[in-house]
Design a protein around this ligand. Structure first.
Ligand SMILES: [Zn+2]
Length: 226
């Protein structure tokens, strides 16, 4: 669970798999609400005693494309965030992400995912400053590159054969995504080539920072026109 007060925690709901349990409908994946938690000792795991659900986000569990995107976000939140790191922004982003994945137009799902990931990286402390080269520190006024070994942004001189060039559209999206609200992804329109550049950028950054990428990326829905 991603919580407001405790950060990322593990919690068990005893009997939730039984259909008669009052907890079974309240402990569905991707839902959001108020949970009553209990633990016997400081180091023992939490138990869910009761819950009041405010967002069931049901469409995520019935529409496969939404499910695949939600799965990517869930893996990033569970596999790439420190346990019990309390961060209000992370909590708000998790809450809003699943709400939006549940409701957004299917054409915009992949833009939403990319925006969530760019914001996720900023919350973890990796915000993208495009004024200077991350390697040499010189002002960036020409072409911009990203590199899974050398980071981002890189200038023309610091790039290697491994670096990928980012065109203006991709650079603009990355800056915009950092500073806009998640729900604004409903208004995004971009060319397929720009989308591919942004996915490659996010991939390079994940490898640079974590030396691995989420497994769930294998099932990201196809780009759709519009
Ligand atoms: Zn440089």
């Amino acid at each position: 669970m991603i919580t407001e007060e405790l950060g990322k925690i593990e919690a068990t709901a005893f009997g939730a798999r039984k259909t008669k349990s009052k907890l079974s409908s309240k402990t569905q994946l991707f839902s959001h609400g108020n949970f009553l938690l209990y633990r016997a000792k400081k180091d023992s795991p939490y138990t869910i005693k009761d819950a009041v659900i405010s967002d069931y986000n049901d469409r995520i569990r019935t529409e496969i494309e939404r499910y695949f995107v939600a799965n990517c976000v869930a893996e990033e939140l569970t596999g790439f965030v420190e346990k019990e790191m309390v961060d209000e922004n992370m909590y708000i982003m998790a809450r809003d992400s699943f709400r939006l994945i549940n409701g957004i137009n299917l054409n915009k799902l992949v833009y939403l995912l990319s925006m969530i990931e760019i914001k996720f990286l900023s919350i973890l402390g990796y915000s993208f400053d495009l004024s200077t080269c991350v390697q040499c520190g010189k002002r960036l006024d020409g072409e911009v590159y990203v590199d899974q070994y050398r980071g981002f942004p890189l200038c023309e001189k610091c790039r290697t054969d491994n670096s990928h060039h980012l065109k203006e559209g991709a650079v603009r999206y990355i800056l915009w995504a950092q500073n806009s609200e998640l729900r604004d992804s409903a208004r995004v329109v971009m060319a397929y080539e720009t989308y591919i550049e942004i996915r490659r950028f996010i991939r390079d950054i994940f490898i640079y920072l974590f030396h691995r990428v989420p497994k769930s990326w294998e099932s990201i829905p196809e780009y759709r026109e519009g």
